[in-house]
Design a protein around this ligand. Structure first.
Ligand code: SF4
Length: 240
């Protein structure tokens, strides 16, 4: 059977993972192209919007793997599978290839599509989108992702927060998935800042301070509040 190609937006690193449970960990990113969502504040439009489709290279797992090996100097590390929504891509051969060489894999997805290869991951970061994204939340689909992953990867929930409605959403999701660790992340990319290296730093830090106040005054001591480290360091620049 002919191998299905993976649509790749960019492969870069090593750098550090800037958010969620692996924040600060050296990693190589494989960012796939294409997403079944269109969040209002998406900060990776170059991997979502079909206007960028010409930049998404259809690649075989071995081709991708050659790049990851070159970037990592063949020293095993955690590969971050990101997007877009990487869960819509046929990633099983890539994960299998890397694991044979001792690499680890983390995948971040909004949790809209479950795959039978989720158990092969080391980390599954589920990032359901809050009301400010403009997307409808599908709890059943998220639950399918957790079920598909089974006891394979470590699973964590990461939720972007812009406002009070988002915060209420995060609390509700955390209650529904109470065994999973929750990471809350102040939102980036408030309009009119779009698709370049400028960010609304004051906005992000104000949101971060508000979020810390909100979580501590609520005595929500299981939640972890983290900014996007790479955004603070490099803004919205691609490939860092
Ligand atoms: S799910 Fe993620 S990649 Fe897709 S549109 Fe939303 S923020 Fe962008």
């Amino acid at each position: 059977m002919r191998e299905q190609k993976i649509r790749v937006s960019e492969i870069f690193g090593p750098t550090i993972q800037g958010e969620g449970p692996l924040c600060g960990l050296p990693t190589v990113f494989v960012r796939t192209g294409g997403c079944d969502y269109r969040c209002s504040w998406c900060d990776t439009l170059h991997a979502v919007d079909s206007a960028y489709r010409d930049e998404w290279a259809p690649m075989a797992a071995d081709e991708i793997w050659a790049k990851v090996e070159a970037l990592s100097g063949r020293r095993p590390l955690t590969v971050s599978l990101s997007g877009g929504n990487p869960a819509i891509q046929p990633l099983a051969p890539l994960i299998g290839r890397g694991k044979r060489d001792g690499y680890r894999f983390a995948l971040e997805t909004q949790g809209s599509i479950a795959q039978d290869w989720f158990p092969a991951l080391d980390h599954l970061i589920l990032s359901p989108k809050p009301p400010s994204s403009g997307m409808a939340f599908d709890e059943a689909a998220l639950r399918d992702c957790v079920k598909a992953a089974g006891y394979g990867p470590e699973i964590a929930m990461k939720i972007v927060i812009f406002d009070e409605d988002d915060y209420a959403f995060a609390k509700s999701v955390a209650r529904s998935f109470e065994t999973l660790p929750v990471f809350l992340q102040p939102g980036n990319h408030t309009p009119p800042v779009h698709d370049d290296d400028r960010i609304d730093l004051d906005g992000i830090l104000n949101r971060m301070r508000w979020l810390v106040d909100r979580v501590t005054s609520d005595r929500w001591f299981g939640a972890r509040v983290l900014p996007q480290l790479h955004v603070l360091m490099w803004g919205n620049m691609r490939g860092v």
